[in-house]
Design a protein around this ligand. Structure first.
Ligand SMILES: Nc1ncnc2c1ncn2[C@@H]1O[C@H](COP(=O)(O)OP(=O)(O)OP(=O)(O)O)[C@@H](O)[C@H]1O
Ligand SMILES: O=C(O)c1ccc[n+]([C@@H]2O[C@H](COP(=O)([O-])O)[C@@H](O)[C@H]2O)c1
Length: 220
C-alpha cells in the first residue's frame, strides 16, 4: 500500500517521568526527518521493565502532556485503548487504524542495544522505518548489538527520508545531534519519591479518550 499522508514519528516509552530530553529529541527528529508530528505512546507497562517504581499510567500521561506543551507532539495512551502491550502488536494496530499516515518508529540508542529482546523485533522493523537517536553512553553498545547485526544491511542515509522520499521498510537511519544526557533514571534518583507521590493519581478509569487520536477512515 502506498502511504502518502502525514508523516508521524512514534516515540514509545515508559515516560516515568517524561523529561526535557524526550521533548528535545522528538523535536530534533521531527526536523531531521521532515515529520508533521511526533506521537508519544505512553506505555501501560514496558514488558521488560519491573512494575515496581512505575507511576500509574495516568500520572505519566499527565506529566508527558505538560512536557509536550506547545510542541507538535501528541501524547497518547493508545496502548491502553488498543489493549496491546508489545510494540509489534501496537504498530500493527496503529498502521491499520491510520492507513493514510506514514509512520517511523523512534527510539534512543539504549533501546536499540536491547531491541533483540523485544517480541518479533524483525516484524517491527518490517512494518515501518526505524530512526535511532544517539544517546550518551549507549552508542557503542547499540552498534555492537545483536539486532544491529541484522539491521545494518538496511541502513539508509537521512536524506532518503526527507523531501517526500519513499519510506520503505526495513530501513534504519541514525540521528546524531548534540546528545542529550537527560534520563528518567536520573530524575528518579534525584527524586526517589516521584512514583509513590503519584501512586493515587486518577486511580479510576482509563486515561481519558481525548488523548487518543480519533479513528480515521480506513480507506485510502
Ligand atoms: N536523552 C535521550 N536521548 C535519546 N533518546 C532518549 C533520551 N531520553 C529518552 N530517550 C528515548 O525515549 C524513549 C522513551 O524513553 P523512556 O521513557 O524510557 O525514558 P528514559 O529516560 O530512557 O527512562 P529510564 O531512564 O527510566 O530508562 C526511548 O526510546 C528512549 O531511548
Ligand atoms: O514489544 C516488546 O517486546 C518491548 C520490549 C521492551 C520495550 N518495548 C517498548 O519500548 C518502548 C520504550 O520503552 P522504555 O520503557 O524504554 O521507555 C515502549 O514503547 C515499550 O513498550 C517493547
Amino acid at each position: 500500500m502506498s502511504r502518502t499522508g502525514p508523516r508521524i514519528g512514534l516515540l514509545g516509552g515508559s515516560f516515568n517521568p517524561a523529561h526535557g530530553g524526550h521533548r528535545r529529541v522528538s523535536l530534533f527528529a521531527k526536523e531531521a526527518l521532515g515529520l508533521d508530528e511526533v506521537w508519544w505512546l505512553v506505555s501501560p507497562g514496558n514488558p521488560l521493565k519491573p512494575k515496581k517504581g512505575m507511576a500509574p499510567l495516568a500520572a505519566r500521561v499527565a506529566a508527558a502532556t505538560a512536557q509536550a506543551k506547545r510542541a507538535p507532539i501528541r501524547v497518547t495512551a493508545i496502548e491502553r485503548e488498543l489493549g496491546t502491550r508489545y510494540t509489534v502488536d501496537t504498530l500493527r494496530a496503529i498502521t491499520n487504524r491510520f492507513p493514510k499516515r506514514r509512520f517511523v518508529w523512534l527510539m534512543g540508542a539504549d533501546n536499540l542495544a536491547q531491541f533483540h529482546l523485544w517480541r518479533d523485533w524483525r516484524g517491527i522493523a518490517r512494518r515501518m522505518p526505524i530512526a535511532v537517536i544517539a544517546r550518551p553512553g549507549y552508542d557503542a553498545e547499540a552498534v555492537a548489538s545483536p539486532a544491529m547485526a541484522w539491521l545494518r544491511r538496511f541502513q539508509r542515509p537521512l536524506s532518503s527520508f526527507r523531501n517526500g522520499g519513499e519510506w520503505s521498510a526495513p530501513a534504519l537511519v541514525t540521528l546524531r545531534f548534540d546528545p542529550d544526557p537527560r534520563s528518567a533514571t536520573a530524575i528518579r534518583r534525584a527524586d526517589p519519591d516521584w512514583a509513590s507521590r503519584h501512586a493515587g493519581f486518577s486511580p479510576r478509569d482509563q486515561v481519558t479518550h481525548r488523548l487518543i487520536p480519533a479513528r480515521e477512515e480506513t480507506t485510502t
